[in-house]
Design a protein around this ligand. Structure first.
Ligand code: SF4
Length: 327
């Protein structure tokens, strides 16, 4: 359904995403995790053809078999919404405060799908019902500020679904919501993916949400895809030191029982875009760092179970019988 290969998105000489490769099958739910500045949102914007004009995009983005890297805006307008759609993390700022939410969803149905006013209105109400908005007729007449955060996010999901996309990108869809409401949005996305056979790209820094929302996980750091694999397997036994740090830093409900237990952290911060190096970008924060890590980019190793990891430790440990290693 979607395949990116050796994708680089660079601003000036600095790669915010560096030679990323990833495939997403039809109906698959994939999570992209990492700290702020890891390249998650830049990758998502590249998949929507929405990176800034100043960005240099290299490599391949194939959506439904069509090569979209470097495609003209006119070509992206055909793909955007129909093949791939996106919801954003702050629904209040993503919705027009001066328009009733029903009009916000009905307008693209009229303009892009060619529906008349009545058909667009009926479709809007059907979408509101599908995303679980109570009393769709009344909600359609309301403005964004009259809805709760969870209801606003459901309106945005309805808007994204209006052209029946094959892939839905959800960029931090729960981060502006409280835990219970966020959980219900995750359940809604799972339900929609199953009923529609739709692929979901779930971007988050919240590993608990990702564990519920995805089948496969992609961990990013400093613009690099550093580990991928089945979500449960990666979270249970991470291979990359950064993934291990993220998993260890998860808040644990039983930690309070352990007296004097302190929450684990990863020391340091993600380097700024201008400070990203050619070698392993986790060097400087990694407790397992070796002398060559900072100057030499690790290769990607792929295991027999289909897990990938990009680290000199794994690179050195794999044998021909365990894994295939490629540059
Ligand atoms: Fe740590 Fe080196 Fe692996 Fe980077 S390549 S994660 S610095 S061990």
């Amino acid at each position: 359904m979607l395949a990116i290969e050796d994708l680089t998105v660079a601003y000036g000489g600095n790669a915010a995403v560096r030679r990323a490769s990833l495939t997403i099958a039809a109906g698959e739910r994939i999570g992209i995790v990492g700290e702020s500045g890891s390249g998650k949102s830049t990758l998502a914007l590249a998949l929507m053809g929405m990176v800034a004009d100043a960005a240099r995009v290299e490599g391949s983005i194939r959506i439904g078999g069509i090569e979209m890297a470097g495609a003209h805006e006119k070509a992206w307008r055909v793909v955007r919404g129909r093949k791939v759609a996106m919801i954003f993390q702050e629904p209040l700022s993503a919705l027009n405060p001066l328009r009733r939410v029903g009009e916000t969803v009905a307008e693209p149905l009229r303009i892009l799908n060619g529906m008349d006013r009545n058909a667009a209105q009926a479709r809007t109400l059907a979408l509101f019902k599908e995303v679980g908005l109570p009393d769709p007729e009344a909600k359609a007449r309301q403005y964004p500020h009259q809805l709760s955060g969870g209801q606003r996010q459901r309106v945005l999901i309805a808007l994204a679904l209006s052209r029946d996309p094959a892939i839905l990108i959800a960029d931090e869809p729960t981060s502006a919501l409280d835990a219970q409401v966020g959980l219900r949005i995750v359940e809604l996305l799972n339900d929609l993916a199953r009923r529609r056979g739709m692929s979901v790209v779930f971007i988050s820094h919240d590993l608990a949400s990702v564990a519920r929302a995805t089948d496969r996980l992609c961990v990013m750091y400093g613009g690099d895809v550093i580990e991928t694999g089945p979500t449960a397997a990666v979270l249970a036994a991470p291979h990359h030191p950064y993934t291990a740090g993220l998993v260890a830093a998860r808040p644990r409900i039983d930690a309070r029982r352990e007296r004097r237990a302190r929450m684990a952290t990863i020391e340091g911060v993600v380097p700024a875009l201008a400070d990203l190096t050619e070698g392993c970008r986790f060097a400087g924060r990694c407790r397992s760092e070796m002398p060559h890590c900072a100057g030499e980019r690790p290769r990607v190793s792929i295991s027999a179970q289909g897990r990938t990891v990009c680290c000199h430790l794994t690179d050195a440990a794999v044998t021909a019988s365990e894994a295939r290693v490629f540059a």
